[in-house]
Design a protein around this ligand. Structure first.
Ligand code: HEM
Length: 600
Protein backbone atom coordinates (compact mmCIF):
# COMPACT_ATOMS: atom_id res chain seq x y z
CA UNK A 1 0.00 0.00 0.00
CA UNK A 2 2.77 2.38 1.02
CA UNK A 3 4.61 1.42 -2.17
CA UNK A 4 1.48 2.18 -4.25
CA UNK A 5 1.05 5.57 -2.57
CA UNK A 6 4.69 6.39 -3.10
CA UNK A 7 4.42 5.43 -6.75
CA UNK A 8 1.31 7.55 -7.19
CA UNK A 9 3.07 10.56 -5.66
CA UNK A 10 6.10 10.14 -7.89
CA UNK A 11 3.86 9.68 -10.93
CA UNK A 12 1.77 12.80 -10.25
CA UNK A 13 4.87 14.86 -9.59
CA UNK A 14 6.58 13.66 -12.74
CA UNK A 15 3.45 14.35 -14.76
CA UNK A 16 3.12 17.88 -13.40
CA UNK A 17 6.81 18.60 -13.94
CA UNK A 18 6.70 17.36 -17.53
CA UNK A 19 3.69 19.56 -18.25
CA UNK A 20 5.44 22.47 -16.63
CA UNK A 21 8.64 22.02 -18.61
CA UNK A 22 6.68 21.67 -21.85
CA UNK A 23 4.58 24.76 -21.19
CA UNK A 24 7.52 26.97 -20.28
CA UNK A 25 9.67 25.70 -23.11
CA UNK A 26 7.02 26.34 -25.76
CA UNK A 27 6.24 29.79 -24.33
CA UNK A 28 9.85 30.88 -24.32
CA UNK A 29 10.57 29.36 -27.72
CA UNK A 30 7.54 31.14 -29.16
CA UNK A 31 8.62 34.47 -27.72
CA UNK A 32 12.23 34.17 -28.75
CA UNK A 33 11.90 32.50 -32.18
CA UNK A 34 8.44 33.15 -33.66
CA UNK A 35 8.03 36.68 -32.37
CA UNK A 36 10.73 38.94 -33.84
CA UNK A 37 13.34 39.77 -31.14
CA UNK A 38 12.00 43.08 -29.84
CA UNK A 39 15.11 44.91 -28.73
CA UNK A 40 17.40 44.99 -31.76
CA UNK A 41 19.92 47.80 -31.37
CA UNK A 42 19.74 47.96 -27.58
CA UNK A 43 23.17 47.10 -26.16
CA UNK A 44 23.78 44.41 -23.58
CA UNK A 45 25.91 41.42 -22.58
CA UNK A 46 25.80 38.04 -24.31
CA UNK A 47 23.72 35.39 -22.52
CA UNK A 48 25.93 33.44 -20.11
CA UNK A 49 23.90 30.27 -20.67
CA UNK A 50 21.61 29.10 -23.50
CA UNK A 51 19.14 27.90 -20.85
CA UNK A 52 18.99 30.67 -18.26
CA UNK A 53 20.53 33.59 -20.20
CA UNK A 54 21.91 36.17 -17.76
CA UNK A 55 19.58 35.18 -14.90
CA UNK A 56 22.35 33.23 -13.13
CA UNK A 57 24.48 36.40 -13.06
CA UNK A 58 21.62 38.68 -12.00
CA UNK A 59 20.26 36.45 -9.22
CA UNK A 60 23.62 35.73 -7.71
CA UNK A 61 24.89 36.40 -4.19
CA UNK A 62 28.06 37.77 -5.83
CA UNK A 63 26.08 39.61 -8.50
CA UNK A 64 26.34 43.23 -7.25
CA UNK A 65 29.36 44.09 -9.47
CA UNK A 66 27.58 42.58 -12.50
CA UNK A 67 24.53 44.79 -11.83
CA UNK A 68 26.77 47.86 -11.59
CA UNK A 69 28.69 46.84 -14.72
CA UNK A 70 25.45 46.72 -16.75
CA UNK A 71 24.64 50.39 -16.09
CA UNK A 72 28.26 51.60 -16.21
CA UNK A 73 29.19 49.82 -19.41
CA UNK A 74 26.00 49.66 -21.47
CA UNK A 75 24.09 52.71 -20.21
CA UNK A 76 20.58 53.22 -18.84
CA UNK A 77 18.73 50.84 -21.19
CA UNK A 78 20.31 47.39 -21.45
CA UNK A 79 19.18 44.16 -23.09
CA UNK A 80 19.61 41.03 -20.94
CA UNK A 81 18.42 37.46 -21.48
CA UNK A 82 16.05 35.24 -19.51
CA UNK A 83 15.27 31.58 -20.14
CA UNK A 84 15.80 30.29 -23.71
CA UNK A 85 16.84 33.64 -25.14
CA UNK A 86 13.83 35.59 -23.80
CA UNK A 87 14.84 39.27 -24.23
CA UNK A 88 14.41 41.42 -21.13
CA UNK A 89 15.38 44.99 -20.29
CA UNK A 90 17.64 46.19 -17.49
CA UNK A 91 16.80 49.85 -16.90
CA UNK A 92 18.51 52.54 -14.84
CA UNK A 93 17.73 55.46 -17.14
CA UNK A 94 15.87 58.15 -15.12
CA UNK A 95 13.65 59.18 -18.03
CA UNK A 96 12.49 55.60 -18.66
CA UNK A 97 11.97 54.92 -14.95
CA UNK A 98 10.02 58.14 -14.63
CA UNK A 99 7.62 56.89 -17.34
CA UNK A 100 7.37 53.31 -16.00
CA UNK A 101 6.58 54.38 -12.44
CA UNK A 102 4.62 57.46 -13.46
CA UNK A 103 2.64 58.21 -16.61
CA UNK A 104 2.71 54.64 -17.94
CA UNK A 105 2.43 52.79 -14.62
CA UNK A 106 -0.86 51.13 -15.63
CA UNK A 107 1.11 49.20 -18.31
CA UNK A 108 3.50 47.62 -15.77
CA UNK A 109 3.00 45.43 -12.76
CA UNK A 110 4.92 43.11 -10.47
CA UNK A 111 5.96 39.94 -12.33
CA UNK A 112 3.71 36.89 -12.15
CA UNK A 113 6.69 35.07 -10.58
CA UNK A 114 6.81 37.59 -7.71
CA UNK A 115 3.05 37.71 -7.20
CA UNK A 116 2.42 33.97 -7.37
CA UNK A 117 5.42 33.03 -5.21
CA UNK A 118 4.29 35.60 -2.63
CA UNK A 119 0.72 34.34 -2.74
CA UNK A 120 1.94 30.82 -2.00
CA UNK A 121 4.20 32.00 0.83
CA UNK A 122 2.39 34.95 2.41
CA UNK A 123 -1.23 34.56 1.32
CA UNK A 124 -3.23 37.63 0.37
CA UNK A 125 -1.04 40.60 1.35
CA UNK A 126 0.15 43.78 -0.37
CA UNK A 127 2.92 41.98 -2.23
CA UNK A 128 0.67 39.37 -3.84
CA UNK A 129 -2.31 41.43 -4.98
CA UNK A 130 -2.80 43.62 -8.05
CA UNK A 131 -5.31 46.08 -9.53
CA UNK A 132 -8.30 47.20 -7.50
CA UNK A 133 -7.66 44.70 -4.68
CA UNK A 134 -4.13 46.04 -4.23
CA UNK A 135 -5.35 49.64 -4.30
CA UNK A 136 -7.99 48.82 -1.68
CA UNK A 137 -5.46 47.08 0.59
CA UNK A 138 -3.07 50.01 0.27
CA UNK A 139 -5.79 52.48 1.12
CA UNK A 140 -6.70 50.47 4.23
CA UNK A 141 -3.08 50.05 5.29
CA UNK A 142 -2.01 53.69 4.65
CA UNK A 143 -3.33 55.16 7.95
CA UNK A 144 -1.02 52.76 9.84
CA UNK A 145 1.88 54.86 8.57
CA UNK A 146 0.40 58.30 9.23
CA UNK A 147 2.40 60.82 11.24
CA UNK A 148 -0.04 60.45 14.15
CA UNK A 149 0.28 56.66 14.24
CA UNK A 150 4.07 56.77 13.94
CA UNK A 151 4.22 59.22 16.85
CA UNK A 152 2.48 56.53 18.93
CA UNK A 153 5.08 53.88 18.12
CA UNK A 154 8.16 56.13 18.48
CA UNK A 155 8.42 55.39 22.26
CA UNK A 156 8.54 51.67 21.44
CA UNK A 157 11.52 52.31 19.13
CA UNK A 158 13.23 54.29 21.91
CA UNK A 159 12.60 51.47 24.44
CA UNK A 160 14.23 48.99 22.09
CA UNK A 161 17.13 51.31 21.16
CA UNK A 162 17.93 51.95 24.84
CA UNK A 163 17.82 48.25 25.61
CA UNK A 164 20.21 47.65 22.73
CA UNK A 165 22.63 50.24 24.07
CA UNK A 166 22.55 48.59 27.52
CA UNK A 167 23.29 45.21 25.97
CA UNK A 168 26.08 46.54 23.74
CA UNK A 169 27.70 48.45 26.59
CA UNK A 170 27.55 45.35 28.74
CA UNK A 171 29.19 43.32 25.98
CA UNK A 172 31.93 45.93 25.49
CA UNK A 173 32.58 46.01 29.24
CA UNK A 174 32.70 42.21 29.45
CA UNK A 175 35.20 41.98 26.58
CA UNK A 176 37.32 44.75 28.06
CA UNK A 177 37.43 43.21 31.50
CA UNK A 178 38.38 39.85 29.97
CA UNK A 179 41.21 41.51 28.05
CA UNK A 180 42.44 43.43 31.05
CA UNK A 181 42.39 40.43 33.37
CA UNK A 182 44.17 38.41 30.71
CA UNK A 183 46.83 41.11 30.65
CA UNK A 184 46.92 41.00 34.45
CA UNK A 185 46.39 44.74 34.45
CA UNK A 186 44.06 46.81 36.54
CA UNK A 187 40.37 46.24 35.86
CA UNK A 188 39.42 48.37 32.92
CA UNK A 189 36.19 50.33 33.23
CA UNK A 190 35.81 50.68 29.51
CA UNK A 191 36.85 54.33 29.36
CA UNK A 192 39.95 55.78 27.81
CA UNK A 193 39.85 54.53 24.25
CA UNK A 194 39.81 50.78 24.96
CA UNK A 195 37.75 48.90 22.42
CA UNK A 196 35.89 45.66 21.94
CA UNK A 197 34.63 43.92 18.81
CA UNK A 198 30.89 43.86 18.10
CA UNK A 199 29.16 42.15 15.20
CA UNK A 200 27.01 45.09 14.08
CA UNK A 201 25.27 43.05 11.37
CA UNK A 202 24.00 40.56 13.94
CA UNK A 203 22.87 43.39 16.24
CA UNK A 204 21.23 45.32 13.40
CA UNK A 205 19.29 42.19 12.38
CA UNK A 206 18.19 41.46 15.91
CA UNK A 207 17.14 45.00 16.76
CA UNK A 208 15.25 45.53 13.49
CA UNK A 209 13.31 42.29 13.94
CA UNK A 210 12.42 43.26 17.49
CA UNK A 211 11.40 46.78 16.36
CA UNK A 212 9.24 45.38 13.55
CA UNK A 213 7.67 42.74 15.81
CA UNK A 214 6.82 45.16 18.60
CA UNK A 215 5.69 48.09 16.44
CA UNK A 216 3.78 46.09 13.85
CA UNK A 217 2.43 43.10 15.78
CA UNK A 218 2.86 44.11 19.40
CA UNK A 219 4.90 40.90 19.65
CA UNK A 220 8.46 40.47 20.96
CA UNK A 221 10.65 38.32 18.71
CA UNK A 222 13.89 38.90 20.54
CA UNK A 223 14.39 40.40 24.00
CA UNK A 224 17.98 41.29 22.93
CA UNK A 225 19.46 40.53 26.35
CA UNK A 226 19.12 36.75 26.08
CA UNK A 227 19.68 34.23 23.28
CA UNK A 228 16.73 33.66 20.92
CA UNK A 229 15.20 30.21 20.69
CA UNK A 230 11.97 31.02 18.93
CA UNK A 231 11.19 28.99 15.76
CA UNK A 232 9.20 31.90 14.28
CA UNK A 233 12.24 34.15 14.66
CA UNK A 234 14.56 31.61 13.05
CA UNK A 235 12.06 31.03 10.22
CA UNK A 236 11.78 34.75 9.48
CA UNK A 237 15.55 35.20 9.40
CA UNK A 238 16.09 32.34 6.99
CA UNK A 239 13.23 32.83 4.56
CA UNK A 240 14.59 35.57 2.27
CA UNK A 241 18.06 34.02 1.68
CA UNK A 242 16.41 30.64 1.00
CA UNK A 243 13.96 32.21 -1.44
CA UNK A 244 16.72 34.07 -3.27
CA UNK A 245 18.71 30.86 -3.66
CA UNK A 246 15.57 29.37 -5.27
CA UNK A 247 15.31 32.30 -7.72
CA UNK A 248 15.45 30.11 -10.82
CA UNK A 249 12.92 27.58 -9.45
CA UNK A 250 10.58 30.46 -8.53
CA UNK A 251 10.31 31.40 -12.22
CA UNK A 252 7.89 28.43 -12.45
CA UNK A 253 5.52 29.78 -9.79
CA UNK A 254 2.98 31.29 -12.28
CA UNK A 255 2.64 27.97 -14.06
CA UNK A 256 2.48 26.08 -10.78
CA UNK A 257 -0.33 28.32 -9.51
CA UNK A 258 -2.52 27.13 -12.39
CA UNK A 259 -2.00 23.43 -11.65
CA UNK A 260 -5.35 22.23 -10.32
CA UNK A 261 -6.95 23.00 -6.98
CA UNK A 262 -5.05 24.33 -3.94
CA UNK A 263 -4.93 20.89 -2.17
CA UNK A 264 -3.25 19.35 -5.24
CA UNK A 265 -0.65 22.13 -5.48
CA UNK A 266 0.04 21.69 -1.77
CA UNK A 267 0.59 17.97 -2.28
CA UNK A 268 2.98 18.70 -5.13
CA UNK A 269 5.00 20.96 -2.88
CA UNK A 270 5.02 18.29 -0.15
CA UNK A 271 6.32 15.72 -2.62
CA UNK A 272 9.00 17.94 -4.12
CA UNK A 273 12.29 16.29 -3.10
CA UNK A 274 14.19 19.52 -2.49
CA UNK A 275 15.40 20.55 0.95
CA UNK A 276 15.07 24.29 0.28
CA UNK A 277 11.52 23.98 -1.08
CA UNK A 278 10.58 21.99 2.04
CA UNK A 279 12.19 24.65 4.23
CA UNK A 280 10.16 27.41 2.54
CA UNK A 281 6.97 25.37 2.96
CA UNK A 282 7.63 24.73 6.66
CA UNK A 283 8.45 28.42 7.18
CA UNK A 284 5.33 29.57 5.38
CA UNK A 285 3.12 27.22 7.46
CA UNK A 286 4.77 28.36 10.69
CA UNK A 287 4.40 32.04 9.82
CA UNK A 288 0.76 31.59 8.93
CA UNK A 289 -0.06 29.73 12.16
CA UNK A 290 1.90 32.20 14.29
CA UNK A 291 0.24 35.20 12.60
CA UNK A 292 -3.20 33.68 13.25
CA UNK A 293 -2.37 33.12 16.92
CA UNK A 294 -0.99 36.66 17.34
CA UNK A 295 -4.04 38.14 15.65
CA UNK A 296 -6.40 36.30 18.01
CA UNK A 297 -4.35 37.42 21.00
CA UNK A 298 -4.34 41.07 19.85
CA UNK A 299 -8.06 41.01 19.23
CA UNK A 300 -8.84 39.54 22.63
CA UNK A 301 -6.55 42.09 24.26
CA UNK A 302 -8.25 44.99 22.49
CA UNK A 303 -11.68 43.74 23.56
CA UNK A 304 -10.53 43.27 27.18
CA UNK A 305 -9.07 46.76 27.28
CA UNK A 306 -12.23 48.25 25.77
CA UNK A 307 -14.38 46.32 28.30
CA UNK A 308 -12.23 47.47 31.17
CA UNK A 309 -12.60 51.03 29.89
CA UNK A 310 -8.83 51.54 30.07
CA UNK A 311 -7.77 55.03 29.10
CA UNK A 312 -6.64 54.09 25.66
CA UNK A 313 -8.69 50.91 25.60
CA UNK A 314 -9.28 49.69 22.10
CA UNK A 315 -6.83 52.25 20.69
CA UNK A 316 -4.02 50.87 18.61
CA UNK A 317 -0.56 50.66 20.14
CA UNK A 318 0.80 48.61 17.29
CA UNK A 319 -0.05 48.64 13.62
CA UNK A 320 -1.96 45.38 13.49
CA UNK A 321 -4.20 46.33 16.40
CA UNK A 322 -5.04 49.36 14.37
CA UNK A 323 -6.06 47.22 11.40
CA UNK A 324 -8.14 45.04 13.74
CA UNK A 325 -9.98 48.15 14.84
CA UNK A 326 -11.01 48.81 11.27
CA UNK A 327 -12.58 45.41 11.23
CA UNK A 328 -14.27 46.00 14.56
CA UNK A 329 -15.68 49.34 13.53
CA UNK A 330 -19.42 49.09 13.54
CA UNK A 331 -21.07 50.02 10.31
CA UNK A 332 -17.82 49.90 8.27
CA UNK A 333 -18.61 48.79 4.73
CA UNK A 334 -17.02 45.47 3.62
CA UNK A 335 -14.60 47.30 1.31
CA UNK A 336 -13.35 49.25 4.34
CA UNK A 337 -12.31 46.14 6.22
CA UNK A 338 -9.77 43.39 5.76
CA UNK A 339 -10.83 39.81 6.33
CA UNK A 340 -8.71 37.52 8.52
CA UNK A 341 -6.77 36.07 5.59
CA UNK A 342 -5.84 39.54 4.42
CA UNK A 343 -4.90 40.60 7.94
CA UNK A 344 -2.57 37.64 8.53
CA UNK A 345 -1.18 38.18 5.00
CA UNK A 346 -0.34 41.82 5.78
CA UNK A 347 1.21 40.87 9.11
CA UNK A 348 3.93 38.67 7.64
CA UNK A 349 4.45 40.91 4.63
CA UNK A 350 5.05 43.93 6.85
CA UNK A 351 7.50 42.05 9.07
CA UNK A 352 9.42 40.93 5.99
CA UNK A 353 9.26 44.35 4.35
CA UNK A 354 10.60 45.94 7.52
CA UNK A 355 13.25 43.59 8.82
CA UNK A 356 16.05 42.87 6.36
CA UNK A 357 15.80 46.27 4.68
CA UNK A 358 16.28 48.38 7.79
CA UNK A 359 18.94 46.06 9.22
CA UNK A 360 20.87 46.27 5.93
CA UNK A 361 20.82 50.09 6.02
CA UNK A 362 21.81 50.27 9.69
CA UNK A 363 24.72 47.86 9.13
CA UNK A 364 25.84 49.96 6.19
CA UNK A 365 25.68 53.17 8.24
CA UNK A 366 27.74 51.63 11.09
CA UNK A 367 30.28 50.37 8.59
CA UNK A 368 30.58 53.70 6.72
CA UNK A 369 30.83 55.78 9.89
CA UNK A 370 33.54 53.44 11.18
CA UNK A 371 35.63 54.20 8.08
CA UNK A 372 34.74 57.94 8.08
CA UNK A 373 35.58 59.10 11.65
CA UNK A 374 35.19 62.79 10.68
CA UNK A 375 31.57 62.23 9.64
CA UNK A 376 30.96 60.09 12.74
CA UNK A 377 32.25 62.94 14.89
CA UNK A 378 29.91 65.41 13.16
CA UNK A 379 26.93 63.14 13.84
CA UNK A 380 27.97 62.63 17.45
CA UNK A 381 28.48 66.36 18.08
CA UNK A 382 25.16 67.18 16.50
CA UNK A 383 23.36 64.68 18.77
CA UNK A 384 25.24 65.93 21.86
CA UNK A 385 24.34 69.54 20.97
CA UNK A 386 20.68 68.65 20.48
CA UNK A 387 20.58 67.07 23.96
CA UNK A 388 22.37 70.07 25.46
CA UNK A 389 19.93 72.48 23.83
CA UNK A 390 17.00 70.42 25.01
CA UNK A 391 18.25 70.56 28.63
CA UNK A 392 18.90 74.28 28.36
CA UNK A 393 15.44 75.09 27.00
CA UNK A 394 13.36 72.99 29.25
CA UNK A 395 14.93 71.35 32.24
CA UNK A 396 11.78 69.32 32.99
CA UNK A 397 10.22 69.15 29.60
CA UNK A 398 12.52 66.50 28.15
CA UNK A 399 10.93 63.36 26.90
CA UNK A 400 12.17 61.02 29.61
CA UNK A 401 11.52 57.35 30.14
CA UNK A 402 12.95 55.66 33.19
CA UNK A 403 15.16 58.71 33.77
CA UNK A 404 16.64 58.62 30.25
CA UNK A 405 16.51 61.61 27.96
CA UNK A 406 14.88 61.32 24.58
CA UNK A 407 14.96 63.79 21.72
CA UNK A 408 11.50 64.65 20.51
CA UNK A 409 10.58 63.33 17.09
CA UNK A 410 10.80 66.67 15.30
CA UNK A 411 14.29 67.44 16.63
CA UNK A 412 15.55 63.94 15.86
CA UNK A 413 14.17 63.86 12.33
CA UNK A 414 15.62 67.32 11.68
CA UNK A 415 19.25 66.57 12.67
CA UNK A 416 21.07 67.59 9.45
CA UNK A 417 24.13 65.30 9.63
CA UNK A 418 22.19 62.23 10.68
CA UNK A 419 19.68 62.92 7.92
CA UNK A 420 22.41 63.43 5.32
CA UNK A 421 24.18 60.22 6.35
CA UNK A 422 20.95 58.24 6.07
CA UNK A 423 20.00 59.69 2.68
CA UNK A 424 23.46 59.26 1.18
CA UNK A 425 23.70 55.68 2.43
CA UNK A 426 20.28 54.86 1.02
CA UNK A 427 21.22 56.49 -2.29
CA UNK A 428 24.56 54.82 -2.85
CA UNK A 429 23.77 51.50 -1.19
CA UNK A 430 20.03 50.85 -1.54
CA UNK A 431 19.30 47.60 0.33
CA UNK A 432 16.99 46.48 -2.50
CA UNK A 433 19.20 47.18 -5.55
CA UNK A 434 16.60 46.21 -8.16
CA UNK A 435 12.96 45.20 -8.61
CA UNK A 436 11.29 43.51 -11.56
CA UNK A 437 8.20 44.39 -13.53
CA UNK A 438 6.15 42.78 -16.31
CA UNK A 439 4.70 44.79 -19.15
CA UNK A 440 0.95 44.09 -19.03
CA UNK A 441 0.06 46.37 -21.97
CA UNK A 442 2.32 47.40 -24.84
CA UNK A 443 3.96 50.75 -24.11
CA UNK A 444 6.43 53.11 -25.71
CA UNK A 445 9.01 54.39 -23.23
CA UNK A 446 11.40 57.33 -23.71
CA UNK A 447 15.02 57.04 -22.62
CA UNK A 448 18.37 58.72 -23.04
CA UNK A 449 20.54 56.71 -25.39
CA UNK A 450 24.26 56.87 -24.67
CA UNK A 451 26.44 56.65 -27.72
CA UNK A 452 29.99 55.97 -26.61
CA UNK A 453 32.75 57.90 -28.34
CA UNK A 454 36.42 58.07 -27.51
CA UNK A 455 36.12 61.12 -25.28
CA UNK A 456 35.14 61.23 -21.62
CA UNK A 457 31.77 62.75 -22.43
CA UNK A 458 29.80 60.28 -24.49
CA UNK A 459 27.20 61.65 -26.84
CA UNK A 460 23.58 61.23 -25.73
CA UNK A 461 20.33 61.50 -27.63
CA UNK A 462 16.66 61.06 -26.84
CA UNK A 463 15.21 57.75 -28.00
CA UNK A 464 12.22 55.55 -27.30
CA UNK A 465 11.69 51.81 -27.04
CA UNK A 466 8.50 49.88 -27.76
CA UNK A 467 7.99 47.34 -24.98
CA UNK A 468 5.76 44.42 -25.99
CA UNK A 469 3.25 42.94 -23.54
CA UNK A 470 4.81 40.13 -21.51
CA UNK A 471 8.32 41.64 -21.42
CA UNK A 472 10.16 41.38 -18.12
CA UNK A 473 11.99 44.48 -16.90
CA UNK A 474 14.63 44.93 -14.24
CA UNK A 475 14.36 48.40 -12.68
CA UNK A 476 17.81 49.12 -11.33
CA UNK A 477 17.36 51.16 -8.16
CA UNK A 478 21.10 51.22 -7.46
CA UNK A 479 21.87 52.10 -11.10
CA UNK A 480 19.46 55.04 -11.18
CA UNK A 481 20.64 56.26 -7.76
CA UNK A 482 24.20 56.42 -9.10
CA UNK A 483 23.71 57.69 -12.60
CA UNK A 484 26.15 60.53 -13.30
CA UNK A 485 23.85 62.50 -15.59
CA UNK A 486 21.51 62.87 -12.62
CA UNK A 487 23.81 63.04 -9.58
CA UNK A 488 26.98 64.52 -11.06
CA UNK A 489 30.48 63.16 -11.64
CA UNK A 490 30.91 62.21 -7.98
CA UNK A 491 27.75 60.02 -8.10
CA UNK A 492 29.78 56.92 -7.16
CA UNK A 493 31.17 58.49 -3.97
CA UNK A 494 29.63 58.44 -0.49
CA UNK A 495 29.38 62.17 0.28
CA UNK A 496 26.74 63.01 2.90
CA UNK A 497 27.66 66.71 2.46
CA UNK A 498 25.79 66.78 -0.84
CA UNK A 499 22.54 66.70 1.18
CA UNK A 500 23.70 69.54 3.43
CA UNK A 501 24.63 71.76 0.54
CA UNK A 502 21.35 71.32 -1.32
CA UNK A 503 17.92 69.86 -0.62
CA UNK A 504 17.92 68.55 -4.18
CA UNK A 505 21.44 67.43 -5.01
CA UNK A 506 20.46 66.02 -8.39
CA UNK A 507 19.72 67.41 -11.84
CA UNK A 508 16.57 69.47 -11.99
CA UNK A 509 15.86 68.33 -15.55
CA UNK A 510 14.42 64.91 -14.67
CA UNK A 511 12.17 64.35 -11.71
CA UNK A 512 12.46 60.80 -10.43
CA UNK A 513 9.14 59.75 -8.87
CA UNK A 514 11.01 58.31 -5.88
CA UNK A 515 8.98 58.07 -2.68
CA UNK A 516 11.80 59.66 -0.66
CA UNK A 517 14.16 62.55 -1.49
CA UNK A 518 14.14 62.06 -5.24
CA UNK A 519 15.91 58.72 -5.10
CA UNK A 520 14.61 55.29 -5.92
CA UNK A 521 15.59 53.41 -2.75
CA UNK A 522 11.94 53.14 -1.63
CA UNK A 523 10.83 53.02 -5.27
CA UNK A 524 7.95 55.25 -6.43
CA UNK A 525 4.50 55.09 -7.94
CA UNK A 526 1.57 52.94 -6.82
CA UNK A 527 3.75 50.12 -5.46
CA UNK A 528 6.34 52.21 -3.65
CA UNK A 529 7.40 51.28 -0.14
CA UNK A 530 4.46 51.90 2.16
CA UNK A 531 6.72 51.77 5.23
CA UNK A 532 9.38 54.36 4.37
CA UNK A 533 8.43 56.83 7.10
CA UNK A 534 8.32 53.98 9.62
CA UNK A 535 11.78 52.90 8.42
CA UNK A 536 13.31 56.37 8.65
CA UNK A 537 11.93 56.94 12.14
CA UNK A 538 13.01 53.53 13.43
CA UNK A 539 16.51 53.73 11.96
CA UNK A 540 17.12 57.30 13.14
CA UNK A 541 16.02 56.52 16.71
CA UNK A 542 18.19 53.41 16.89
CA UNK A 543 21.23 54.98 15.23
CA UNK A 544 21.09 58.23 17.24
CA UNK A 545 20.75 56.28 20.50
CA UNK A 546 23.62 53.90 19.73
CA UNK A 547 25.91 56.54 18.20
CA UNK A 548 25.56 58.82 21.20
CA UNK A 549 26.90 56.01 23.42
CA UNK A 550 29.45 54.12 21.35
CA UNK A 551 32.06 54.98 18.75
CA UNK A 552 32.92 52.59 15.93
CA UNK A 553 36.11 51.98 13.97
CA UNK A 554 37.03 49.31 11.41
CA UNK A 555 38.78 46.05 12.25
CA UNK A 556 41.35 44.47 9.94
CA UNK A 557 38.69 42.13 8.53
CA UNK A 558 37.75 42.17 4.87
CA UNK A 559 34.02 42.84 4.52
CA UNK A 560 32.07 41.98 1.37
CA UNK A 561 28.45 42.81 0.62
CA UNK A 562 26.34 40.08 -0.90
CA UNK A 563 23.01 40.08 -2.65
CA UNK A 564 20.06 37.99 -1.51
CA UNK A 565 17.37 40.28 -2.93
CA UNK A 566 18.46 42.51 -0.06
CA UNK A 567 22.15 43.24 0.52
CA UNK A 568 23.99 42.08 3.63
CA UNK A 569 27.61 42.06 4.86
CA UNK A 570 29.90 39.06 5.30
CA UNK A 571 33.38 38.80 6.69
CA UNK A 572 36.07 36.93 4.72
CA UNK A 573 38.66 35.07 6.75
CA UNK A 574 41.46 32.75 5.77
CA UNK A 575 41.08 29.32 7.37
CA UNK A 576 43.33 26.30 7.13
CA UNK A 577 41.69 23.03 6.07
CA UNK A 578 43.68 19.86 5.53
CA UNK A 579 46.86 21.81 4.92
CA UNK A 580 45.19 24.24 2.48
CA UNK A 581 44.38 27.87 3.14
CA UNK A 582 40.81 28.70 2.15
CA UNK A 583 38.81 31.92 2.36
CA UNK A 584 35.65 31.39 4.38
CA UNK A 585 32.74 33.82 4.37
CA UNK A 586 30.43 34.30 7.34
CA UNK A 587 27.53 36.71 7.59
CA UNK A 588 28.91 39.30 10.02
CA UNK A 589 30.15 42.88 10.33
CA UNK A 590 32.84 42.99 13.05
CA UNK A 591 33.62 46.55 14.15
CA UNK A 592 35.61 47.97 17.02
CA UNK A 593 33.37 49.69 19.54
CA UNK A 594 34.48 52.02 22.33
CA UNK A 595 32.75 54.38 24.73
CA UNK A 596 32.05 57.76 23.19
CA UNK A 597 34.98 59.69 24.71
CA UNK A 598 37.23 57.87 22.21
CA UNK A 599 36.45 60.46 19.54
CA UNK A 600 37.31 63.33 21.84
C1 HEM B 1 15.26 51.02 4.54
C2 HEM B 1 14.13 50.39 4.60
C3 HEM B 1 13.29 49.99 3.41
C4 HEM B 1 13.58 50.00 2.06
C5 HEM B 1 14.87 50.44 1.40
C6 HEM B 1 12.40 49.51 1.38
C7 HEM B 1 12.29 49.37 0.01
C8 HEM B 1 11.16 48.94 -0.65
C9 HEM B 1 11.04 48.79 -2.07
C10 HEM B 1 12.14 49.05 -3.07
C11 HEM B 1 9.79 48.35 -2.34
C12 HEM B 1 9.21 48.01 -3.71
C13 HEM B 1 9.27 46.50 -3.94
C14 HEM B 1 8.71 46.07 -5.26
O1 HEM B 1 7.99 46.80 -5.91
O2 HEM B 1 8.98 44.94 -5.67
C15 HEM B 1 9.10 48.21 -1.08
C16 HEM B 1 7.81 47.78 -0.94
C17 HEM B 1 7.22 47.55 0.28
N1 HEM B 1 7.73 47.83 1.52
FE1 HEM B 1 9.52 48.62 1.91
N2 HEM B 1 11.45 49.21 2.31
C18 HEM B 1 11.94 49.51 3.56
C19 HEM B 1 11.28 49.39 4.76
C20 HEM B 1 9.99 48.95 4.91
C21 HEM B 1 9.28 48.90 6.17
C22 HEM B 1 9.84 49.37 7.51
C23 HEM B 1 8.04 48.36 5.90
C24 HEM B 1 6.91 48.08 6.84
C25 HEM B 1 6.78 48.55 8.04
C26 HEM B 1 7.99 48.09 4.47
C27 HEM B 1 6.90 47.54 3.83
C28 HEM B 1 6.80 47.43 2.46
C29 HEM B 1 5.63 46.88 1.79
C30 HEM B 1 4.39 46.32 2.45
C31 HEM B 1 5.89 46.96 0.42
C32 HEM B 1 4.96 46.53 -0.71
C33 HEM B 1 4.13 47.74 -1.13
C34 HEM B 1 3.16 47.45 -2.24
O3 HEM B 1 3.40 46.59 -3.09
O4 HEM B 1 2.13 48.14 -2.27
N3 HEM B 1 9.18 48.47 3.92
N4 HEM B 1 9.96 48.58 -0.06
Amino acid sequence: MAFLQQNLKAHSLLHALTLLAFYQLSRWLYRSMVVCPPFIGIPGPKPASWFSGNLGQLFNAKGLPFHQHLSDFYGGMVKVYGFFGDEQLYISDPLAIQAILGKEQECFDETAVFLEANKIIFGSGLVSTTGELHKRQRKLAAPMFSTAQLAKIAPTFYDIAEKLVDVLQREVNEQLSLTSSANAEEKNDGKGGERAVLDMSEWSCRVSLEAAGRAILGYSFDPLDSPVSNPYTTAIKELIPTLFSLALVRQFAPFFSKLGPAWFRRKLVEWTPNRKVQKVKATSDLMHESAKAILEERRAQLLDEADLGSEDGGRAKDLISMLCEYKRMRGAAPEERMDDDELTGQMTVLIFGAQDTTSSVMSRVFSLLATHPDVQLNVLEEIRNAYALMRQHDADGTDCAGGRERLDQETLMGLPWLDAVMKETLRLYPPVPFVRRTCTKEASIPYTRTIPDNSNTPFTSLASVRIPKGTTLFLSIAGCNRIRSLWGDDAGEWKPERWLESTQPYSKDVKIPGAHSGMLSFLGGGRSCIGYRFAMLEMKIILATVLSSLVFSPTEDRIVWNLAQITSPSVCRAVEREGRVLVEETKALPLFAAFDDALG
